[in-house]
Design a binder for this molecule. Structure first.
Ligand code: NDP
Length: 586
């Protein structure tokens, strides 16, 4: 297969076989600075995850209102029974539903809080929204949809349209229910059905329930003293208020805008709002690492060369990793573990120093450039790719308010206050992120004996692949912890979706009604997760962020599975060869 585009010049390819170039003292000195930056940041917010709130009720309720559709009209409650019910209508649901359709499942319902399918791509419509993963890998079901994205990186509207196209192709709109939030999911052991209640008075029943509520779905806000007193207009990045800004952002021409946060969402918003606003104040706590984007349109010759199954082939290749020669394999096997880690860290540092040089080359004001340099290891935070972000700080109307790790801690009627200075704003955008990987957000899940899932997890998470949990028959969890974590999330979700569809097929074809994880399989997986976590100090040494629970220590079993993606996939394949041993059927 022809390459989809040439490699971006200057981008580092990590290679453990490449010896370190500079004296070790050089790297040690930078690592020391990383540690200092982390300690400083942590000293201001030692409370970890609780510095945020996602309880957007009362005075904060406005931050969760859906600005993209009219308020829901009243409808009759639904009390029917379906075979498969998805909680959430994003990519998890869509790509799994496609696999279920391929296996003959007719009765599929999506229950979705938003006004359409799409999940992340329904909610995130801020200016500049795009995916940072190559579109040829990120957009699922490209083979099945016979679709090749128009450029290397897909923009939000193209991805949202792809979600809708999948829902149409697989007839998923037919039974879908929108603007509806699942509030409780309870196992009825007698009927062997899940009873699903919603905020619209529905009591739906389903043989199988798939928690497809996504990994970053519920907006969160930093707890900032006085935020409810702000008299200007404000909204969260995932509820972008085009009613106020106008579609072309012309509503911002005479406005002073502020944005809190400089994560992946803010990095995409800032250059676009910078062009439209009278003044833009960017309130930064920790800078993001901004790499070259260099988006390119899809090469028509490459597109024409694609054979059926091309995306599947690409995915397999990605999972198997780079092809090594026999000699490389021997060298790698002989490399002591400590040396491997050292090389990885040193290459990481080289990469981050290149990111620093890029800032210096682009940002003209020296103090601003210094403040925009990230002091942490590559991938401690989500790396960003944008060619317009750094140049935006050369505009006379854009002002970086660097809080040097402290963050904004006070807002008054007029705007944020930092270091004794008030920043009066017309509009304040919170780009402060999302609650991470919570199963059953808004929703209480009670399995056998009425045990709530979080009660079961009180002494530590217990699942198989992050997907099944013993005592919750016919329930499947997507995108939760104890699963693999991939930069390209949809590859991982597709792996889970394929697995779930196979499990449901097995139940149907063998005349069973239920499937539940066997306790010993669950114990094996918990041990497997623990075995692969905490092997390095990386998480502890990283600057705080949602990747490392904002610096909080956590139980080893309560995070992602840190074996390789291939190991995760292989374990799933092996388990499926002995279904009767690993699961209990009835
Ligand atoms: P993040 O959680 O990544 O960022 C939140 C930002 O808010 C951080 O910069 C944080 O600073 C800042 N912040 C929080 N509290 C304060 C405060 N009191 N004062 C100042 N700053 C504050 O959320 P995002 O929405 O940006 O991104 C979430 C995830 O969504 C990404 O990691 C990525 O996985 C996904 N995403 C993916 C995209 C893609 O292209 N695929 C595009 C956009 C998002 P600090 O860093 O110090 O905590």
């Amino acid at each position: 297969m022809a390459a989809d585009r040439p490699p971006v010049p200057g981008r580092v390819v990590f290679d453990p076989l490449r010896p370190t170039e500079k004296p070790q003292e050089y790297y040690d000195e930078i690592k020391r600075k990383f540690a200092e930056a982390r300690d400083l940041r942590l000293s201001y917010r030692p409370e970890g995850l609780s510095q945020y709130t996602s309880d957007l009720t009362g005075e904060l309720a406005q931050y969760e209102i859906d600005p993209y559709v009219a308020a829901p009209e009243s409808r009759e409650p639904i009390h029917d029974t379906v075979e498969v019910l998805f909680i959430g209508g994003g990519f998890s649901a869509l790509l799994t539903a496609a696999r279920l359709r391929e296996r003959g499942v007719q009765s599929i319902r999506i229950v979705e809080r938003g006004g359409d399918v799409g999940g992340t791509w329904y909610w995130n419509r801020y200016p500049g929204v795009a995916c940072d993963v190559s579109a040829y890998d990120y957009l699922p079901l490209l083979d099945e949809m016979n679709y090749v994205p128009g450029s290397f990186y897909a923009k939000g509207p193209e991805i949202f349209a792809h979600c809708q196209a999948i829902a149409r192709k697989y007839d998923l709109y037919e039974l879908a229910v929108f603007q509806t939030t699942v509030t409780s999911t309870q196992w009825d052991a007698k009927a062997k059905l899940w009873r699903v209640r919603t905020d619209r008075g529905d009591t739906m029943s389903a043989r199988f329930v798939i928690c497809a509520n996504g990994t970053l779905s519920k907006p969160k806000l930093s707890k900032i003293e006085g935020m409810e007193r702000f008299r200007g207009h404000s909204f969260h990045s995932s509820r972008f208020d085009y009613g106020y800004t106008k579609d072309d952002l012309s509503g911002l021409h005479n406005k002073v805008v502020g944005i809190i946060g400089t994560g992946a969402s803010a990095v995409q918003i800032i250059p676009r709002v910078a062009k439209a606003a009278k003044q833009l104040y960017v309130f930064q706590r920790t800078p993001s690492a901004i790499d070259i984007r260099d988006d390119t349109p899809t090469d028509p010759a490459w597109k024409a060369s694609l054979q059926p199954g091309w995306q599947h082939e690409r995915r397999e290749k990605h999972m198997r990793g780079p092809v090594l020669t026999e000699q490389q394999k021997i060298d790698l096997a002989n490399l002591p573990r400590e040396e491997k880690i050292r090389r990885q860290e040193n290459q990481n540092i080289e990469h981050m120093m290149r990111i620093h040089r890029r800032v210096e080359e682009i940002v003209q004001d020296k103090a601003t450039a210094e403040a925009l340099k990230p002091w942490y290891m590559h991938r401690c935070k989500r790396p960003c790719f944008d060619d317009e972000y750094l140049p935006a700080f050369n505009r006379p109307n854009v002002h970086l308010v660097d809080t040097d790790g402290k963050g904004i801690t006070e807002i008054d009627e007029k705007g944020p206050v930092f270091d004794g200075r008030e920043y009066p704003l017309d509009v304040l955008i919170y780009a402060t992120g999302f609650e991470v990987q919570v199963t059953g957000i808004y929703n209480e899940i009670r399995g056998e004996n009425g045990l709530e899932l979080n009660e079961k997890y009180a002494d530590g998470m217990r699942t198989v692949f992050g997907v099944h949990s013993h005592g919750y028959p016919n329930l499947f969890i997507m995108g939760g912890y104890q699963a693999s974590f991939q930069f390209n999330l949809t590859f991982m979700l597709q792996t889970q979706g394929d697995h779930i569809a196979e499990c449901i097929k097995y139940v149907r074809e063998h005349g069973y009604t239920t499937i539940d994880a066997a306790p010993q399989t669950e114990q094996w997986w918990v041990d497997e997760v623990i075995k692969h976590r905490g092997k390095t100090n990386r998480n502890k040494e990283c600057t705080p962020g949602y990747y490392n629970f904002e610096g909080e220590s956590n139980r080893r079993q309560d995070g992602n599975y840190n074996g390789t993606f291939l190991q995760y996939y292989t374990h799933m394949t092996e388990v499926k060869k002995e279904m009767e041993r690993h699961f209990r059927f009835a």
